[in-house]
Design a protein around this ligand. Structure first.
Ligand code: SAH
Ligand code: SF4
Ligand code: F3S
Length: 469
């Protein structure tokens, strides 16, 4: 059994009791993955170990996502599959954490009453004590208080790569996008103090982390309510001073908050990667208004212009939703035409999924047939892929600095890593490859998502992000 999110594990001594063996499955966004890492860190401090097979575990945890319907149903199905085992093994602890737990707390305790724990998005720091409490209970224990101050001092990185770590800078979201469940599952926006964040980054750097990804639902509105001009730029400039950290970037930004001060910091800080994920959702003004995204197409284009004035070669990724209620062919065409007008390098495309509890679900009917949603999804992805393929040509002949990750999944005779703009780079393996080190690759071929090339000798450290010939 392979864990869906491969957190770092240590070998387990044979005498670790079953009650302290945890199986953890993780769904959802990076934020949910980081929360799972933090939960595991808390559990490890109390003597728990991660196992890869649920049959070996005395504690089974699911960190869940609500953003689309199938993700939520999958969590319930998994819980259902454990009903029999729980009957045979009453001491087994089954816990549901994350966004579904927060959102569907009451219904869940009725739909899957054999589960022991439902832990929301702001109480997971109490997980070890909640598990102990649940051991003595016959009914489901609920811990879903939204006002609870999440108190967790992180010491280590349990993410899949020891040289990369996610760092949460804020929780929640104050926006009201009509399709989105996240503000309900994650609550109001709360920014962590900058000193606390930068201390965490320093500790991570001491353990060998070289690359940081700051996380927030609208990460570029970071600092709201902290006062004194604190913003995401404060954090980027802070990271610049931390020895050991070579690269940083941040997800996910909202077009409304991409302010000049932030763009300036992105351009000036050598460690900030040349990459921005800026979800647009639609290219049509009427759709953007129905989605309550708080900007229109021309505002988005204006923001991109301002960004490219300072960082001309920046790699741009986005998200689109297709099949939002009432989406006409003309409205969809506006999304299609935006792809080339902006020149996106990558995009996720999601088919609209009505979420109970959202405004679009309550007030609009999900009237775009599934086959139309699918067709628009394909069409938009094809447009993005064609655009990305032609944009990637600009890399041919360039030398790019790459953080090596390991053998390519498709072909062991090649290695893969990430360029300074987060793009995947592939090259023929050499004897001295080392995961987590920097190499220089001269690009000789590109596809829509990947750069291919040869390793060349040259500086293996920063400061140069892309070394032109
Ligand atoms: N906070 C981020 C992303 C939140 S969810 C942001 O605002 O950009 C990630 C993506 O899921 C969104 O960008 C959106 O494209 C998609 N999404 C959110 N709700 C959805 C829904 N109900 N149906 C389909 N896609 C959805
Ligand atoms: Fe959802 Fe909008 Fe907030 Fe993103 S900004 S999490 S899409 S409500
Ligand atoms: Fe899903 Fe929650 Fe993230 S709903 S996308 S796991 S914030």
């Amino acid at each position: 059994m392979k864990l869906t999110y491969p957190m770092q594990t240590a070998p387990i001594a044979a005498d670790v009791p079953r009650s302290h063996r945890v199986y953890f499955e993780v769904f959802g966004c990076q934020m949910n993955k980081l929360d799972a890492e933090l939960m595991l860190e808390g559990l490890k401090r109390k003597g728990y170990f991660l196992v890869h097979d649920p049959d070996d575990a005395g504690v089974i945890l699911y960190n869940t996502c609500s953003v689309r319907e199938h993700a939520e149903e999958r969590a319930v199905m998994r819980m259902t599959s454990f009903k029999k085992r729980k009957q045979q093994e009453p001491e087994l602890i089954i816990g549901l954490t994350g966004c579904v737990a927060q959102h569907k707390q009451e219904q869940l305790s009725q739909r899957v009453p054999w589960i022991d724990l439902i832990v929301g998005t702001r109480e997971f720091d109490r997980l070890p004590e909640l598990i102990e409490e649940a051991r003595g209970e016959s009914s489901t224990l609920l811990a879903t208080d939204m006002d609870s101050p999440l108190e967790f001092v992180r010491q280590r990185n349990l993410g899949p790569n020891r040289w990369h770590a996610f760092v949460s800078v804020m929780r929640g979201c104050d926006m009201v996008c009509t399709y989105c469940i996240v503000p309900t599952t994650r609550g109001k926006e709360v920014s962590r103090p900058p000193d606390e964040i930068l201390d965490e980054v320093r500790r991570l750097a001491d353990t060998g982390v070289k690359e940081i990804t700051f996380l927030g639902q609208t990460v570029n509105s970071y600092g709201k309510r902290l006062g004194q001009g604190v913003g995401l730029d404060t954090l980027l400039r802070g990271v610049e001073e931390i020895d050991g950290i070579e690269r940083c970037h941040f997800i996910t930004s909202h077009p409304r908050f991409l302010r000049p001060k932030l763009i300036q910091a992105m351009a000036e800080c050598t460690k900030v990667m040349d990459y921005l994920h800026l979800p647009v959702q639609s290219g049509s003004d009427s759709m953007l208004a129905r989605m309550k995204r708080t900007y229109d197409r021309s505002f988005y284009l204006h923001v991109i212009d301002r960004l490219r004035e300072k960082i001309p070669d920046i790699t741009l990724a986005t998200d689109f939703i297709v099949g939002f209620p009432g989406e006409t062919q003309e409205e969809f065409d506006r999304s299609l035409s935006l792809v080339s007008e902006v020149g996106f390098d990558h995009s996720y495309v999601f088919q609209y999924s009505p979420r109970p509890g959202t405004v679009s679900d309550a007030r609009m009917s999900d009237d775009i047939p599934l086959d139309v949603k699918k067709q628009r999804n394909h069409q938009l992805l094809a447009a993005v892929s064609a655009e990305a393929e032609s944009r990637n040509q600009r890399f041919i002949g360039r030398r790019v600095e790459v953080l090596a990750e390991g053998p390519s999944r498709l072909d062991e005779s090649r290695w893969a890593g990430r360029a300074g703009d987060h793009r995947i780079v592939i090259w023929p393996v050499q004897d001295d490859e080392e995961a987590g080190s920097f190499v220089v690759i001269e690009v000789d071929r590109t596809s829509s998502a990947t750069l291919y090339g040869q390793r060349v000798t040259g500086p293996t450290q920063r400061p140069t992000l892309q070394i032109s010939k």
